[in-house]
Every structure is written in structure tokens, then in C-alpha cells.
Write a protein that binds this ligand. Structure first.
Ligand SMILES: [Zn+2]
Length: 116
């Protein structure tokens, strides 16, 4: 049984589908030109890439957006727009939660007989 809900947004570089990640949408418009879709609502075939330099760079190097969109080579302006968008996104900070250690049990030496 295959349930088709919403189209899955998958980064063309790392294949992450986590919706919580910030994915930037690139769209191939009906006239064949490809542009960064800042609002994610433009008509056309869309492809996604993480708002992360690593994924944008990989997509650029390996022409993954072109492949995904079946488009010709993307202009540099598309990647410039992607990088600008990525730099405006706050990266999620993965700080492991540190348990707050309360009052540590004190080793109280009852040195009653220790006369200095
Ligand atoms: Zn990615």
C-alpha cells in the first residue's frame, strides 16, 4: 500500500527528506529557465536543496539540480541566490542537553579526631 500524501521534499545533494530542515526550492519555469523560488510557490518542476553550503556546493559541482529538473546548465545567479538564502537561515544548533547536576553529595569527613 502506497500512500501518496504530499510531495516529498528531498535535497538533491544529501537526500534528506526531513521537513524540519530548511530546504530551498529551485523551480524550472514553463519557459525552461531555472530560478530560485524564494517563496516555494512558483509553478513548474521543483527541486530542493538544503540551506547549507555543503549541499549547495555539491549540487553545483555535480549538476544535481540540472539533473533533477532535466534542465540545461543553471546560471551562476541561481547559486548566488541559494547561498544568500542559506546564509540568512539560522543553522540549527545541535547542542546536547547537559543535565544540570544539582547539589553534589559532599564528602564530609568528620575528622573529629584530627587535631591540628
Ligand atoms: Zn542536503
Amino acid at each position: 500500500m502506497k500512500l501518496r500524501k504530499q510531495p516529498v521534499r528531498t535535497c538533491v545533494s544529501c537526500r534528506t527528506t526531513d521537513e524540519k530542515r530548511d530546504l530551498l526550492r529551485v523551480v524550472r519555469q514553463p519557459d525552461g529557465t531555472v530560478c530560485f523560488d524564494a517563496k516555494g510557490k512558483a509553478n513548474g518542476r521543483g527541486a530542493y536543496v538544503c540551506a547549507a553550503e555543503a549541499c549547495i556546493a555539491q549540487a553545483e559541482r555535480q549538476k544535481r539540480l540540472e539533473r533533477s529538473l532535466r534542465a540545461s546548465a543553471l546560471g551562476a545567479d541561481v547559486f548566488i541566490a541559494l547561498r544568500q538564502a542559506a546564509s540568512s537561515v539560522e543553522p540549527p544548533v545541535d547542542v546536547p542537553a547537559t543535565p544540570v547536576i544539582g547539589a553534589e553529595p559532599q564528602n564530609r569527613m568528620m575528622d573529629k579526631e584530627n587535631k591540628v
